[in-house]
Design a protein around this ligand. Sequence first.
Ligand code: AQP
Length: 329
Amino acid sequence: MKARVLSGIQPTGSPHIGNYLGALKNWAKIQYDYDSIYCIVDLHAITVYQKPEELRAKIEELAGMLLAIGIDPRNSALVVQSAIPQHAELAWMLTCVTPVGWLERMTQYKAKSQSQETIGDGLLQYPVLMAADILLYQAAIVPVGDDQTQHLELARDIAQRFNSLYGETFTMPATHLPTVGARIMGLDDPEKKMSKSETGAGHAVSLLDPPAAIRKKIMRATTDSNPAVDYETMGAGVRNLLAIFQAFSGWSDENTRAHFTGMRYGDLKKQVAEAVVAAIEPIQERYQKIMAEPGFVAQVLANGAERVTPIAQDTVGKVKRAMGLYTAS
Ligand code: AQP
């Protein structure tokens, strides 16, 4: 039996090249080696206010995009988190074994709560829900970007605590990071990670940006005061552009360094932009075709839900029995 892979993405904003290089590309790449479940985590999205009509539309658009980047629905289950009630059910049971101090230490909670007028309890509980997503399916491997490393460590801590309190119940999940592109930074501010919810026009390259917009954003990316690429002194902006190029092109460290050393920033940016456009254009073509097929995405999501429901029910049944909760059988 194949080991299980589980990962998720929030239907917030438009997925960008950071999401793609940090996580989605890997999802498609490793899907055939595992029993793969990929999840659109809409319950996570509502930890920050979302306009209901926009959220609804974004869920199907994101599903279409995941199919366009290569998730194969004949092999992998594509599911919407809120369609499987056991995610929220398990999250509550895990909340009850999670010390609040563990959650207050999470850097993403600290960062996101600073930008909110009112901090919803959901924002604090976010990593418990994420642990529930993973543990519900007994996932062994979780392909994510580097920003999720701390949440994955917490998921393991929660699983360990549950297992030691109530007996062996959960598989211990391992983090799977890409070798290049695990943390893509904002083009306008290379000290901040590229993020869907950042609104600056030059911040992120969306997977749906037209080629002209991609070129414009990359040509305007923040660099540093050097005129040309110097590996010894380059700043975060140039390092980020080189990482984007390398992750899209698949070139080795040595080839990338030899090719770009001494290149003026204008030329570097042109080559980065062309590498991004070449990779994204075919994805966009597939996306348009998928979205033009009435009912296709909805059917894929319904099939995904049907496939994973027995696994979710089985785990929640085990957890309830382990905790002494009431079960009919
Ligand atoms: N900048 C990034 N570089 C590499 N990987 C990234 N990921 C996110 N940003 C980068 C990875 O993408 C996957 C899906 O992310 P998410 O939607 O669950 O939420 P996030 O990590 O909070 O991403 P965003 O873009 O910053 O969304 P918002 O703004 O809504 O919070 C994850 O595997 C993540 O590691």
